[in-house]
Ligand binder design. Sequence first.
Ligand code: NAD
Length: 333
Amino acid sequence: MTKIIAYGIREDEKPFVAEWQKAHPEVAVTITTDLLLDSTVDQAKGYDGVVAFQQAQYTDKVLATLAGYGIHYLSLRNVGVDNLNPAAVKANDFKVTNVPVYSPAAIAEFSVTQLMNLLRRTKEYFHKFARHDYRWAPEISQELNQQVVGVIGTGHIGRVAINIYEGFGAKVIAYDKFHNPELEKEGLYVDSLDELFAQATVVTLHIPLFPETENLLDAAAFAKMRDGVFIVNASRGPLIDERALIAALDSGKVAGAALDVLVDETKVFNQDLAGQDMTYPEFWNLDSRDNVLISPHTAFYTDVAVQNMVTQSLDANLSLIETGKSDKEVSFD
Ligand code: NAD
């Protein structure tokens, strides 16, 4: 019988693993809450393939040990493969798969939700309620249908966000290095970022982090934007220069920001830091503001996305075991 071990399984993933197991009686799936580390890799002995998801590094030792057990198939339940050393992957003859698209709508819907929270100033009302102040004025809101939303990146997530914004009656303009033919027909693209910055009342980021996109929104970019612009980032933290954003919030150039990702987010996100010290001045500064909404990289975290991450990684691992191939194989060349 084919045997797969799945590491780092959370409570919310268990029902989806059980569902997959029911549909595949020919496979025995063992789950563990342990991450795949030097200290836990021995649990994989005797299995045909490994499924995992973690921020921690998959060490060279882990890969070498798995290879020593005759295991060469690793299926990740997420997109990123940056915590694997490509040289070790190749040296140990591994085939690695990921789940490149698990639910664009999850991230798009969340980014729109957060923009609406900014426009309707919900954080300020929340704080007023906590003080038992139930007056509505002076926190007058803005309407989404009046915004010019500048979408940077029109891939899977950006395109869903555009559909949602258009449904609300907002005007959408878009920038991407590569134009999508449908959006091109609609005439949504502007030719340059400068043009987008000049027109947009909202700038929302849906592009990957590359060396060329790091600090895409820096002091020079904010200076080119309209006064009172709103910024949404559910893509990657380093796309924004956080000190420049703080200065732009101070000056009023930026009216509000919704950030699901931060430059140094691993210091904070997905941890219970109650009662502990944590040094991240930009985080404290941003989080203290009523017009900044920070969420801990949760845009993706929905039932649909988690089910797809579990199901597609198990499918890919089984495909590798049975055929040596998967359409989700990641190239490390
Ligand atoms: P995608 O690859 O489908 O789309 C990315 C788009 O960006 C493409 O159209 C590409 O042409 C464009 N692009 C790349 N470099 C560019 C540049 N320099 N200038 C302009 N456009 C450029 O990716 P996606 O699935 O839509 O995801 C977008 C990003 O969302 C991911 O890269 C990831 O960083 C982020 N993300 C965040 C979460 C979360 O939970 N917050 C979850 C998944 C993905």
